[in-house]
Design a binder for this molecule. Structure first.
Ligand SMILES: Cc1cc2nc3c(=O)[nH]c(=O)nc-3n(C[C@H](O)[C@H](O)[C@H](O)COP(=O)(O)OP(=O)(O)OC[C@H]3O[C@@H](n4cnc5c(N)ncnc54)[C@H](O)[C@@H]3O)c2cc1C
Length: 461
């Protein structure tokens, strides 16, 4: 077999023995073409093939074969990442883990579940619900647990429950040398040795292929209030959000949506909400009287910040509808700009810089003539923008993105709160981390000297 030959290029799905493990490899051009574009419309090269391993033994055999043939690999979960993480740069082989999707164990007594990486977060939640438990990390998209770990995903509930690093206790991975390792322990804390579990989390498939994860589960709260509150200005909304955090209210979601985003939601969902900046809020309480008291306190804070409309959802159906509006925001904005590609930014800044950052975002968009929608996990200081573009204004969009990241770094923030560096944000890494990037390069070279695991992502070695 030649170095990159994974099968019949004339375009058939065929079975190849990868170091003794027979696996079907799909090389049909029409199938491979689907892997050349990502969720945001960015394009890469056609990969050499796609394989669908179902467990650790097959992944380990595949990695041994990849070493022997020097074939680069791109692990893949649900394919929802936004920073070009999955785009082939050479003729990589896609290792699609969506069929490694079993639940291995749910342990209500330990508040944990152990799963294979291709399981999606909604599949896990469907399985844990009858135990009264939930997996809380919620990036909106129905991402895989392995992909979420590999990007250190977070989302609407991170303000209360943390992101993936806080919720993955242990994992199993196949390293670039073909070894299978177990990292972390299924306990709530450990001070043992270097934390290699957290090194793999957020490494975007560049240091290991995750084949099993033990994650934390949390009780599904009984007493919940959800609110949508509109404000006259973004800064009034941000001030109210920070005040709620300062009042130690048990908020479990605290999301900002700006005026263009509310306009998009109304058009997409057929609603008639106030078209001004809004907060979407969940508060989790220990009893009905506590929930009522917490709702009163939220009302006091938002009214003191000039709220113009307050909607409270009490029932499960009402709450579901309220959060469907927020979760569909990306698609609502997309539907207003058919044929456009999208820049999605996710800078995060200290709370004290939030209002200025949102203002800078809006001003930059106006100066560059861009249709910017702002939303964000404001409870985490994480500001998202969604910006449609075509070839005609691609340069303006790049300038917008660069200016926004420079602003975030200048005020002590980060280029990416949750989507990751992937391919597209590599240029900001040294500005954010300085000489520490050399340590990252040394780690990558030590663990993957042949540069076979998702090459060209996160770092250039
Ligand atoms: C509408 C929308 C909203 C979003 N909102 C959020 C949000 O709020 N918060 C957030 O964090 N993200 C968000 N995202 C981005 C995306 O959902 C996350 O990055 C998610 O974690 C990716 O998971 P995935 O299963 O789709 O991984 P993929 O996109 O398939 O892969 C992502 C990366 O992980 C690597 N990888 C995948 N599986 C493995 C594995 N088993 N072992 C090793 N490496 C692996 C891949 O090589 C790649 O580098 C959003 C995306 C969309 C489309």
């Amino acid at each position: 077999m030649e170095e990159h030959d994974v099968g019949d290029r004339s375009g058939a799905a065929m079975t190849t023995a990868f170091d003794g493990a027979p696996l079907e490899v799909d090389t049909r051009p029409a199938v491979l073409d689907q892997f050349t574009v990502d969720e945001t419309g960015q394009a890469g090269r056609r990969p050499s093939g796609v394989v669908y391993p179902t467990g650790v033994d097959e992944v380990a055999a595949l990695v041994r074969w990849a070493r022997a043939t020097r074939t680069p690999l791109i692990p893949r979960g649900a394919g929802t990442s936004l920073e070009g993480h999955l785009l082939a740069q050479r003729e990589e082989l896609i290792v699609d883990l969506s069929q490694a999707n079993s639940i291995l164990d749910i342990s209500p007594a330990d508040f944990t579940a152990t799963v294979q990486p291709g399981l999606t977060r909604t599949q896990l939640n469907a399985a844990t619900a009858e135990s009264g438990l939930q997996f809380t990390v919620d990036p909106g998209a129905d991402a895989s647990i392995g992909g979420m770990a590999a990007t250190n995903a977070s989302g609407t509930t991170t303000v209360r429950y943390g992101g993936m690093r806080a919720n993955v206790l242990a994992l199993q991975a196949v390293l670039p040398d073909g070894s299978v390792v177990r990292l972390g322990r299924a306990v709530r804390k450990s001070s043992s040795g270097y934390d290699l579990k957290d090194l793999l989390i957020g490494s975007a498939g560049t240091l290991g292929i995750i084949t099993e994860l033990t994650v934390r589960l949390h009780p599904i709260p009984e007493w919940l209030r959800s609110l949508r509150v509109s404000f006259p200005t973004v800064s009034a909304a941000v001030d109210a959000a920070v005040e709620m955090l300062g009042a130690a209210l048990p908020v479990s979601r605290l999301e900002l949506v700006d005026t263009p985003s509310m306009v998009a939601i109304n058009a997409f969902r057929g609603t008639d909400y106030a078209e001004s900046p809004a907060l979407f809020i969940d508060v989790e309480s220990s009893s009905e009287p506590a929930a009522a008291a917490e709702e009163r306190e939220i009302r006091r804070i938002v009214q003191a910040n000039n709220a113009v409309e307050i909607a409270v959802a009490h029932t499960h159906t009402e709450r579901h509808a309220l959060w469907e509006d927020r979760h569909n925001l990306y698609f609502a904005v997309k539907s207003r700009h058919p044929g456009s590609r999208f820049l999605v930014t996710d800078t995060a800044v200290p709370y004290s810089q939030l209002a200025a950052t949102v203002e800078t975002t809006t001003r930059l968009g106006a100066e560059l003539g861009l249709a910017v929608s702002v939303a964000g996990h404001i409870g985490d200081g994480n500001v998202h923008t969604m910006v449609p573009y075509t070839e005609l204004n691609h340069a303006a969009v790049q300038q917008f993105s660069d200016s926004l990241v420079r602003h975030a770094l200048a005020v002590g923030g980060t280029a990416t709160g949750e989507h990751g560096i992937g391919l597209t944000k590599k240029k900001y890494l040294r500005d954010e981390h300085g000489d520490a990037v050399d340590v990252m390069i040394a780690i990558k070279r030590a663990m993957d000297p042949m540069n076979l695991f998702n090459p060209g992502k996160v770092l250039d070695t």
